[in-house]
Write a protein that binds this ligand. Sequence first.
Ligand code: NAG
Ligand code: NAG
Ligand code: NAG
Length: 331
Amino acid sequence: MNNKVMQFIIILIILLNRKVDTFQKWTYDDQKAWSIDNKECSDHYQSPININPNDLILNDSLKIEFHNYNQPSSNYRVTNHGHSVQFDYIGDSIMVPMITGSALNGKEFALQQFHFHWGLEPKFGSEHRIDDHIYPIEMHLVHYNHDEYQSFSQALQSRNENVAVLAIFFDIQNKNNPDFDVISEKIQHLQTTHTNYSIDLQDRLILQFLLPKNIRNFYRYHGSFTTPPCTTNVTWLVMNQPNEIGFIQYEKFKNVIDHKSGKPIGNNYRQLQQLNGRKIECSFQHHQQQQNNNNNNGDHSNKSISMIIILVLSIIDLLAFLTLSKFYMFK
Ligand SMILES: *[C@@H]1O[C@H](CO)[C@@H](O)[C@H](O)[C@H]1NC(C)=O
Ligand SMILES: *[C@@H]1O[C@H](CO)[C@@H](O)[C@H](O)[C@H]1NC(C)=O
Ligand SMILES: *[C@@H]1O[C@H](CO)[C@@H](O)[C@H](O)[C@H]1NC(C)=O
């Protein structure tokens, strides 16, 4: 009898473990399988998307205001959770970094966590694309409606645009970005640690320095989380201008290992999703701006051509004048 109970318990434990195992087993290699366990992953309005200039609607009243982004803070817990390296905000709610403004319909959204998506080669990495352009790194700052909800999980359940993700691209340059050192040092610490191993940040981080210089130019659209369970009703704010980090700092990302598979985590980006009739709002004149640039370039080359024609005509005139004057003078 005792043996049977033991057997039952052992089988139960094995089954439960298997359940947990299959649940955690989503991979970037087999993204089609995501929707088997997570129905929302096959919903209509998913992320990421390619931001095609033809799908843009200008809304120049869109603004994002940043609060406490300029406050140095070490209140982050950093975790290698096997799919990315995540920095959870663990400080008090008074100093919590927040975004608000018309882009968030005036509500205050508090930072929950930020994490990164990156390529094992610089030509891949970002989840979103701007006019088919891929960046090597994309950072996601996940916020929730702090005005109406006590916690991130409550806001998530409400399904009413109460979660907002701010996306920032990074390009790679030769010179290191000193503002990024606090982050790349922690990423180095977590390169080979076991799944869910966490450390506290200790050094102080100023989030504002991670933003691009131009924070007025961005896109807004409605989408989802880019990892299972692909929760929908998320407001996406995608910055147009990238920030930059050094090549050595980028290399630290490339060496982060998923403890379970023993393989590098990189190339942790989801495939592009269909827009399915959604509109993408743009806080600035995207299309026009590009056309103007082209026109300006055109103007420049037209001017050069005109100058050359005028010069050639002047020379012909001069030669004609000299020939004629010779002709008349020696007559
Ligand atoms: C622009 O954004 C504001 C703030 O969300 C919104 O109220 C307004 O309807 C938008 N305008 C257009 C043209 O979509
Ligand atoms: C969530 O988004 C879906 C479209 O993806 C929409 O049909 C639904 O009304 C939204 N729910 C809420 C509560 O906003
Ligand atoms: C890691 O943490 C997440 C979130 O707390 C949890 O769902 C998951 O089971 C953990 N994974 C492992 C391998 O401990």
